[in-house]
Each structure stands twice: as structure tokens, then as C-alpha cells.
Unconditional design. Structure first.
Length: 446
């Protein structure tokens, strides 16, 4: 029997577990997660109004209900409160780390630490009910916001700031976040990128959603589109960029939106300072950029201040490997060879990585399938040597002895029931529990 721990119950963790049980007839997999609830990014990172993507939980659920897969929530790994990496090595033949990349990258500009300046990941965690995300008064007294970045996460947070109560009432968003987001305080969002529109990273599907929000107009400056060399002849652009350009061009050609709320899509603006007003965020100072003729941009020395009481930076994510694993301080990933963890260039027996902690924060959810497949191939190639080492017949007592209080699948089902009851009491669909005490109380009620 091959005993494997998969650390992380999001897509990369579940795809790893699925691949293992499909390819090895006598493997038993424990899927460990620091949270008592499974599904990782799908539960705590996908926008609440993207129900089709969130439905992926159904297929991940099938993996976690497999008779040779066991979900154990509430098991942190590394750090002062987690099971030491060294102890996992003793309890399992192999450990696969699928812990993602949860930290937002900083801008590195003055004023970034002012109250009212946040990473987009912190904001997403709040409205997605992550128990680490306390209500920091994100939208208190906020009339206008600046979102820095032009990828899908930037589009997500912009859309959530502009969504109305009717569109969000049916989601699983916490009640407090729902009331705050739909309170009508935010009337203007500026989403800005330092490069041109044909270099933006959002998908056309996400982009178009901004133009379909009830009572919200989208403003695009034709002069900023004209700066982009790609707009000279759209037929020369790759299909995805061309579709984005066509949507933006149509918005730029339309009359200025006559709506109570407006989204401004801005390009060729590089943030250089978060401005202060009354001890908190008062706006963002941008430097105008221009194409440098080599695919990048350069500063022009011209500046523009955009007033705002909230700044959300969406300029990428950074991995945070568990304490005890080798890590690359530049990329925030774990050094590896085809998924095998490397220490000083040498594979560490029985340790593997998959997902963003392996390859960096790139790709879509489906990218984790091929990533997991590669890692599992390496693990199974090593399996004969791994299985020769003695490990406990059941690692669960060892996890408990190391300080963990695992939540098994029935505990998660109890959380689901509690969320359904909470939603019913509010006249809504199931509503996610958003704090540790409530999650633990529900899990232990089983």
C-alpha cells in the first residue's frame, strides 16, 4: 500500500488525488487542508456570481468522496501552529504540496500601506467568506475606487464593486459583505493598466460582463486606444486580443454613459504613489506611459491624479511555501524537477509539488490537470523505493499527536447543512459561514 498526503484541497490537490487513485490500484490518499472546508480556490477565490465555474465543486467533491481518498480539514502544515513538514515525511510515503499562491504582490510605491489600500486577493477573500478575512471596513465611506491591473481578477473585483443587490442576492456571499457591496456607496471605479489594451490579460468573456451590469456604464478613452500600435490593424492581432480590442473600440465609440455608476477603463497609466487624505487613501498618482517600440512602455513625465477612497492592487500573486520546504525567494515557488522537490538541486525523497506553488500563478483552473499529471508520473516512478519505507498504517493518530484536530468528511457535510440553514433564515440560497468559530462549531456539531 502506498500512503500519500496531498496538502491542499483545491483543484490542483483534487486533480492530484484523482490521478493517483486512477493510476495506482493500491494507493490511499489523505487530502489535508488548513481550512475545515474543502475546494480551495473554487470556494474562496472564484467570484460568487460565476456560478458555472463554482459548479466545479461537484467534480472535486466526487474525488474527495472516493473510497481511497480521505478529506482531513483543519490540518495546517508548517509554521508554529501546523504539523511540521518533517512529521509528514514520517507519516506518509510521499507528500504532494498543492498550496497555491495566496499572497498579492505589492506595487512597491509610496503610500501603498495607507488605510484603504489593499491587495485584490484580500478583498476577494472578504467577499468570498474566507475565515482569515475580517471585515476591515473595505467600503466604508468609499465613493470611488481605483483597481490597478487589467487581468481577470481586476475585472472580477471591479464587477463586484458595481453589482447590485438583485444580482448578488442568490449567491453564497456572506450577508455582511452583500449588504456592504450593494449599499450604493460606490459610484465610480477606475481600472487602470500601465500598458496598452492589446496587452491586457483579461478574457473577452470577463470583459463583456462589465458592459452588461444593470445601471452601470463603461467609459473608454479613444485617445488611449489610439496610442496602442495594435489598434492600427486589428486583423493582425491574435484572436483573443482582437476580440478584446473590438469590445473596447465599440465602448470608446459610444456616447459617454449617462448612468448613476460608471466604470472607467484606462490604459498607459503607471501608478507611482498612493495619495493620502485625512490619514487614509485619497487617490492614486499615475504617470502617463507610451509604447517604447519594443513591446514595452516608458514613462512620459506627465502625471495624473485619480481621486479614490479605496485602492485595490491586482498585479499578480505570490506563493508562500510551508515552512520547512525549499523555496525560491524571487518566484515564490518551490524548486522542482518534473514535480520532485529539489533542495540544492537534489530531489528530496518523497516530496512533490503541483499547482501554483510548482509553476507560479499562471494558467486557468484546467491547467492544474496536466500539472498534476506530470507530478503524479514522477511520484509513481519513484513509488517502489518510497513503499520500501515503513509508515504508520493510519497517519491520523500521528496528525493528532502533532497538534492537529482533523475535520473529516462528515464534519464538512455538517458545515454545508449549517450554511443551508443560515441561507434559509435570510431568505437566500446557502450562505457561507465566514468566521473560524462558526465553521468549527458547525464541523464539531457532527
Amino acid at each position: 500500500m502506498l500512503r500519500v498526503a496531498v496538502v491542499g484541497s483545491g483543484p490542483s490537490g483534487c486533480y492530484t488525488a484523482q490521478n493517483l487513485v486512477e493510476r495506482h490500484p493500491d494507493v490511499h490518499v489523505d487530502v489535508l487542508d488548513r481550512l475545515p472546508a474543502p475546494f480551495g480556490l473554487v470556494r474562496y477565490g472564484v467570484a460568487p456570481d460565476h456560478e458555472k465555474i463554482k459548479s466545479l465543486q461537484g467534480s472535486l467533491r466526487t474525488v474527495l468522496e472516493h473510497d481511497r481518498v480521505r478529506f482531513l480539514g483543519g490540518v495546517g502544515v508548517g509554521g508554529p501552529d501546523g504539523v511540521p513538514v518533517e512529521r509528514l515525511r514520517e507519516l506518509y510515503h510521499a507528500v504532494v504540496y498543492c498550496v497555491g499562491a495566496a499572497a498579492g504582490r505589492p506595487l512597491g510605491i509610496p503610500g501603498e500601506e495607507l488605510p484603504g489600500s489593499w491587495s485584490a486577493s484580500e478583498f476577494v477573500s472578504w467577499y468570498s467568506a474566507h475565515p482569515d478575512a475580517a471585515d476591515e471596513g473595505f467600503l466604508r465611506d468609499v465613493r470611488s475606487a481605483v483597481v490597478i491591473g487589467v487581468g481577470n481578477v481586476a475585472v472580477d473585483v471591479t464587477r463586484m464593486l458595481m453589482r447590485g443587490a438583485a444580482e448578488l442576492h442568490g449567491t453564497d456571499m456572506p450577508q455582511a459583505a452583500l449588504e456592504m457591496l450593494t449599499g450604493g456607496g460606490v459610484g465610480e471605479v477606475t481600472m487602470a493598466g500601465r500598458r496598452g489594451p492589446t496587452q491586457a490579460r483579461f478574457t473577452t468573456k470577463e470583459l463583456r460582463e462589465l458592459g452588461r451590469l444593470p445601471g452601470v456604464g463603461v467609459s473608454v478613452d479613444p485617445a488611449e486606444l489610439a496610442l496602442d500600435p495594435g489598434f492600427t490593424d486589428l486583423t493582425t492581432l491574435p484572436a483573443a486580443q482582437r476580440r478584446n480590442a473590438e469590445v473596447l473600440r465599440d465602448w470608446a465609440a459610444a456616447s459617454p454613459p449617462d448612468t448613476e455608476r460608471t466604470i472607467h477603463l484606462r490604459f498607459f497609466l503607471r501608478p507611482v504613489e498612493v495619495l493620502e487624505a485625512d490619514g487614509r487613501v485619497g487617490g492614486v498618482r499615475f504617470e502617463r506611459t507610451e509604447p517604447d517600440g519594443q513591446g514595452g512602455v516608458r514613462g512620459t513625465g506627465a502625471f495624473e491624479d485619480v481621486p479614490a477612497q479605496l485602492v485595490l492592487r491586482s498585479v499578480g500573486y505570490r506563493g508562500m511555501p510551508p515552512e520547512g520546504l525549499p523555496s525560491d525567494p524571487v518566484t515564490g515557488t518551490v524548486p522542482h524537477l518534473a514535480g520532485r522537490v529539489l533542495s540544492d538541486g537534489v530531489p528530496v525523497p518523497g516530496e512533490y509539488v503541483a499547482g501554483w506553488i510548482k509553476r507560479g500563478p499562471t494558467g486557468v483552473i484546467g491547467s492544474n490537470r496536466s500539472c498534476a499529471k506530470e507530478t503524479v508520473a514522477s511520484l509513481l516512478e519513484d513509488a517502489p523505493a518510497l513503499e520500501s519505507r515503513e509508515v504508520p498504517e493510519d497517519p491520523l493518530p500521528g496528525l493528532r499527536a502533532a497538534g492537529a484536530d482533523p475535520v473529516a468528511w462528515p464534519g464538512w457535510l455538517a458545515i454545508e447543512r449549517a450554511e443551508a440553514e443560515l441561507g434559509a433564515s435570510l431568505g437566500r440560497n446557502p450562505v457561507k459561514l465566514s468566521d473560524w468559530d462558526a465553521l468549527w462549531a458547525a464541523a464539531r456539531s457532527e
